[in-house]
Design a protein around this ligand. Structure first.
Ligand code: FES
Length: 134
């Protein structure tokens, strides 16, 4: 019997891109990037997950970029996350364990990464830090 098994995901991670475009005031001067990171990290921890900063995911046209690594749905790439409405929606979704369908505010920001972006993301280790090939 597994009736006590948790119904929420307890292992997922959030990759938050922070590099040449994502997280910069130059590209997004009217958005509080520090608040985004702190609140997203708090939401991930509350749901039993974790947040990791990563360097450029080679998708700068979609900046700010977040990748949800979920046990249920694999990778979910989200872009254009530089406004309060999408930030609040993302925090709520992450806080709930990143389960189920994306809310509309996030679904419109979902994008299919390029092969190059997937390769960069795939080189991120478990801590979300890109590992350079020797
Ligand atoms: S800085 Fe985030 S995709 Fe390039």
């Amino acid at each position: 019997m597994h009736e006590d098994r948790p119904t929420r995901s307890t292992r997922f991670s959030v990759l938050l891109c922070r590099d040449c475009c994502c997280g910069t005031e130059t590209k997004h001067p009217d958005f509080d990037h520090q608040r985004q990171e702190l609140e997203l990290q708090k939401a991930a921890i509350e749901a039993g997950g974790s947040l990791h900063r990563v360097k450029c995911l080679d998708a700068c046209g979609q900046s700010n970029v977040v990748v949800l690594r979920t046990p249920e749905r694999g990778r979910v790439w989200l872009g254009d996350l530089a406004d309060d409405a999408s930030h609040e929606a993302l925090c709520a979704y992450v806080r709930a364990g990143a389960l189920g369908h994306l809310p509309p505010a996030l679904e419109v920001r979902r994008f299919a990464p390029s092969t190059a972006s997937e390769e960069v993301e795939g080189r991120c280790n478990l801590r979300g830090i890109p590992v350079r090939e020797s």
